[in-house]
Design a protein around this ligand. Sequence first.
Ligand code: SOE
Length: 415
Amino acid sequence: MKKSFFLDFGFSLGPTFDEISILTQRPQNMSKRTLNVGLIGYNFMGKTHSNAWRQAPRFFDLPVDIALHTICGRSAASVEVARQKLGWQFASTNWKDVVSNPEIDIIDIATPNDSHCEIAIEAAKHGKAILCEKPLAVNVAQCEKMVAAVKKAKVPNMVCHNYRRIPAIALAKRMIERGDLGDRIYHYRARYAQDWIADPMFPLVWRLQSKIAGSGTHGDIDAHIIDLGRYLVGEIKDVTALMETFIKERPLLEESGSGLSAKASQKTGKVTVDDAVSWIGRFKNGAIANLEATRFAHGRKNHITIEINGSKGSLAFDFEDMNRLKFYNAADPSDANGFKDILVTEENHPYAGAWWPPGHILGYEHTFVNTFADFITAVAAGKSVHPTFEDGMNTEKVLSAVSASARSREWVRVS
Ligand code: SOE
């Protein structure tokens, strides 16, 4: 380190230039340990995750700091662009180098579904904490291997079902546990609707290919409302389902395109996943499940609606108005009852206290930041946090039972 100008005269009034630059790079509490993250994947989810890793230690009082160490993807040029734009120190095109890098503490998997299993198992072997995008894998057998791997290695793990950490959803969980809806839940009704593939000319992206995605709308977005049902109401016992692929052939993807805004070429290929799924089922606690997921609902962009009816009241939620939770209390006087509109931004609401003053609302990205803050806290303590890989596997079991029922047209037990 360079000597201070003042030290030459036997006293010091402040730090040297080098010391100043170190101080400005590390504005956080110097005594905090820093955990290095390696992110595999850099598209839509790569972007949401990069933002969350950066923001979580800025807004939440976490026991450790986070460094965005390495971002990894298949194309050297694209991953370098992502590195610069999303703020990572290093870029790599080899995920095996990233998961075996001794400098890295946490592996974040944001790749297409068919690669989750291999990457997670390898990361567990190297003792890394693992955060994995949903669905956990493409089938139950893969999920079981992943659960076995993280259990054997005793590494913290979590599946990124970010909607659990919407403050209104976390408040719904608190209210249900407190008994605000009564001691019986009768109904869990959930709909997840989008429209980004409603155009038959939308190309055959990886999410429409069963080899890569496992399933279509089902694993992509039905998985989220299944996870929320398991979180808020309980485990599902049996199901009966209907699945449909409306557009069976689509233009192939133009070389340069990807993601949800991809471009079509002249050639076509087969769609090998579902476009929509509707199913009913029974929870182990006797409640009835009624779920629908579709990407063919024109006008619905990311529409998640939930209603839960219990013996003493009801809750209703709409993601496109995600700062609010509606509560109907059956005990209110009959001439003055109705749904109460709770603006979930008070300091004592889940997660809200880490953000802005009441009424200064949150958005989609905060669901990831809240999720990552909980994960970082858990990793610092050497623990997993819900939804764990085991939760991801149990959600996959429901997905699998629903698919089996759609094929057989019979009731299927979730096993
Ligand atoms: C595409 O349907 C997608 O990005 C999903 O993969 C996410 O899980 C969902 O939350 C938003 O839509």
